[in-house]
Design a protein around this ligand. Structure first.
Ligand code: 5GP
Length: 369
């Protein structure tokens, strides 16, 4: 018989972090934002566990460089060629940007080809020093996924390997036999249509709790992917015991995201000399990796057995990514001072989470300037 689980699964908007007395932390400057990650299969990396999504729009070299420069983690998307990635690695090294936290994304479809691509990168561009791999599939439950992961692990025994996406704890142990980080989140992304098109998905808060519990029990790590609306949601994910957080939409309106600024004119209610005043607003295009747009761009069109599980959006232009990155580091540091956590590593130990019905006061939301 089909069962409905009695527990209500929660999302970021259903919770808040309760401020409380903690250790003596007088300033946000005193918070240690870096954490040392010791991975299950031997690798070690240091940084603030925030990733840009490995999407064509925000998983580009410019965005990656910005996150790395801030001591965060970064991905580049799977559609770059060996030479494009190699050139980026060479240039970044001359600019003194550490590539230790850079993850190169590969897909599942042609795993032999993808392994060869990484081998070429190693041979031609000495990628060895910075070997982190993200194996990406919208649905990592497909039977071929585990075998492909195993092949990548055999080919790169020392690499830090992140895989996903999944949305249940049952698969985590299996994947952690070969992977270091499990990317959790199905249907939460801002450019995602999976829940609409398939009815499948799990709210992020409960998902993080379930997957972190299982992964941590065997020395694995998790990355909470998708659904970050505000910086506060990154803080919540870290407090819930996510080791890493991945976000796309919050970077999508920036100068550094793919594509040009698009200007659109809107008629305002204000009338001067009998004519409505026109306001020009600026946007950037953000599209899901399973959208029709992405399929046309990278796969020569939409295959006839598929439905689009991603959408194409016009995101308000938000300027330099540095402002967003500063909001992230500032927001996390401030969260730590509210809960008395001296470092990001301590956030989950210090946080008390409350279930709420009203998260934000939105009364003047439409009046922002
Ligand atoms: P966001 O931060 O914008 O809420 O979510 C970013 C995440 O959405 C990505 O890291 C990825 O996991 C997911 N995503 C990206 N493109 C698509 C898509 O076309 N369909 C679905 N279902 N998810 C997507």
């Amino acid at each position: 018989m089909t069962q409905i689980l009695p527990e209500v699964y929660l999302d970021y908007s259903d919770i808040l972090i309760r401020p409380k007395m903690g250790i003596n932390l007088n300033s946000r400057r005193d918070v240690d934002l870096k954490r040392v990650f010791k991975f299950k299969h031997g690798g070690m990396r240091t940084g603030l566990g925030v990733f840009n999504a490995n999407m064509a729009t925000v998983g580009n070299f410019v965005v990656a460089k910005k996150l790395l420069a801030r001591g965060m983690f970064a991905t580049v998307h799977k559609h770059y060629s060996v030479d494009e990635i190699g050139e980026f690695l060479t240039n970044a090294a001359t600019e003194n940007i550490s590539l230790d936290n850079l993850f190169i994304t590969i897909g599942l479809r042609d795993i032999d080809g993808e392994i060869q691509k990484l081998k070429d990168l190693e041979l031609k561009y000495n990628w060895k020093n910075t070997r982190n791999i993200c194996i990406e599939a919208p649905n990592f439950y497909i039977p071929n996924a585990l075998g492909a992961l195993q092949r990548v692990r055999e080919a790169f025994p020392d690499a830090v390997i992140m895989v996903g996406n999944i949305a249940s704890p049952d698969i985590c142990l299996k994947l952690l036999d070969y992977a270091d980080i499990i990317k959790c989140g199905i249907g939460s992304g801002s450019a995602c249509l999976t829940r609409k098109q398939t009815g499948c998905g799990v709210p992020m808060v409960s998902l993080i709790l379930e997957c972190a519990d299982v992964a941590h029990s065997v020395g694995g790590h998790i990355c909470a992917d998708g659904g970050i609306v505000d910086v506060g949601d990154i803080c919540k994910a870290l407090c819930l015991n996510a080791d890493f957080v991945m976000a796309g939409g919050i970077f999508a309106g920036t100068d550094e995201a793919e594509g040009n600024i698009i200007e659109r004119n809107f008629e305002t209610p204000e009338i001067i000399d009998g004519v409505h005043v026109i306001e020009t607003k600026r946007f950037k295009r953000y599209y899901g990796m399973s959208s029709v747009y992405a399929n046309n761009k990278f796969a020569g069109g939409m295959a006839d057995y598929k439905t689009s599980e991603g959408r194409e959006l016009m995101i308000p232009y938000t300027g330099a990514i540095d402002n967003v990155l500063q909001d992230i580091t500032g927001g996390i540091a401030s969260c730590c001072t509210y809960i008395g956590a001296a470092s990001v590593k301590h956030m989950s130990k210090c946080a008390t989470i409350i279930h709420v019905h009203n998260q934000l006061n939105r009364v003047f939301e439409n009046y922002s300037v």
